[in-house]
Design a protein around this ligand. Structure first.
Ligand SMILES: Nc1ncnc2c1ncn2[C@@H]1O[C@H](COP(=O)(O)OP(=O)(O)OP(=O)(O)O)[C@@H](O)[C@H]1O
Ligand SMILES: [Mg+2]
Length: 250
């Protein structure tokens, strides 16, 4: 059974039909990178996977449970899905440690000492064990993003969603975050990652999904989709991201 299954997913905002029938699955332990032009629906797709957006048609199954079913226990389903956003969304008034314990104690009802231990282990995993008492504004963007990853991991997610986790970072901070993500992938975490980092997708993804205009245009192993794309839309997109100075002939 796939960990995530998406069947004929549609989502509109007013008259803007953003997702136009998405079908795909993520197997346990698989790393899937979603690429595509701005506005193609990548974030909306990710947000439908933990029901931050409610699709108007189609199904999303996580571990076999239909989270689009109104009877689904949404908080329990969401607790199994970690999400890391472009803007780190840390709680500014809480220390790094408290950022990583608050949902553990409130949602998972762990006691403070167990939650603290788990948070410290995950902060160690992202290379920030020396920052447990710092506050988010005292950290660099890359460090804040790694706290956000440790916070998500502290909930023992079955699946991690990343929405352009490095695109708000200064270039010299991108590497540290990608290193943490690479390690997570090697540890066997199931990951669905929207990214513009083609080198990362090539190296780490088991599968790359190219979206355009609210549909999946092409998907497959990175060597095929990035290395030898079959669709013209994919080729055009890749030319643009791989060589932003390239000018299309008119
Ligand atoms: N909450 C919302 N309300 C109205 N329209 C929205 C909302 N969220 C997204 N959209 C629209 O849906 C379309 C797809 O947006 P989405 O954010 O999914 O694209 P994206 O592929 O993630 O783009 P980017 O690469 O710029 O992040 C866009 O036209 C956007 O304006
Ligand atoms: Mg987006």
């Amino acid at each position: 059974m796939a960990l995530v299954e998406i069947h004929d997913l549609h989502k509109s905002f007013g008259s803007n039909h953003v997702l136009r029938g998405i079908d795909f699955a993520v197997e346990e332990g698989e790393v899937v990178c979603v690429i595509g032009p701005s506005g193609s629906g990548k974030s909306t797709l990710l947000r439908c996977v933990n029901l931050l957006e409610v699709p108007e048609k189609g199904k999303v199954l996580v571990s076999g449970e239909d989270i689009t079913d109104p009877d689904c226990h949404l908080d329990a389903a969401r607790a199994r899905i970690g999400m890391v956003f472009q803007q780190f969304n840390l709680f500014p008034h809480l220390s790094v440690l408290a950022n990583c314990t608050v949902a553990q104690t409130t949602v998972l009802r762990r006691n403070a000492s167990a939650a603290g231990e788990i948070a410290r282990a995950n902060l160690d995993r992202v290379g920030l064990n020396d920052k447990v008492n710092a506050y988010p504004m005292q950290l660099s963007g890359g460090q804040q993003q790694r706290v956000a990853i440790a916070r998500a991991l502290s909930m023992d997610p079955a699946l991690m969603l990343f929405d352009e986790p490095t695109s708000a970072l200064d270039p010299e901070l991108v590497g540290d975050v990608l290193t943490v993500m690479r390690k997570l992938a090697l540890d066997g975490m199931t990951m669905l990652v929207v990214t513009h980092e083609m080198a990362f997708a090539r190296e780490v993804a088991d599968r790359v999904v190219f979206m355009d205009g609210g549909v999946i245009v092409e998907q497959g192993p990175p060597a095929e989709v990035i290395g030898n794309p079959q669709q013209e839309r994919t080729r055009t997109f890749l030319r643009r991201v791989l060589d932003p100075t390239h000018v299309e002939p008119t």
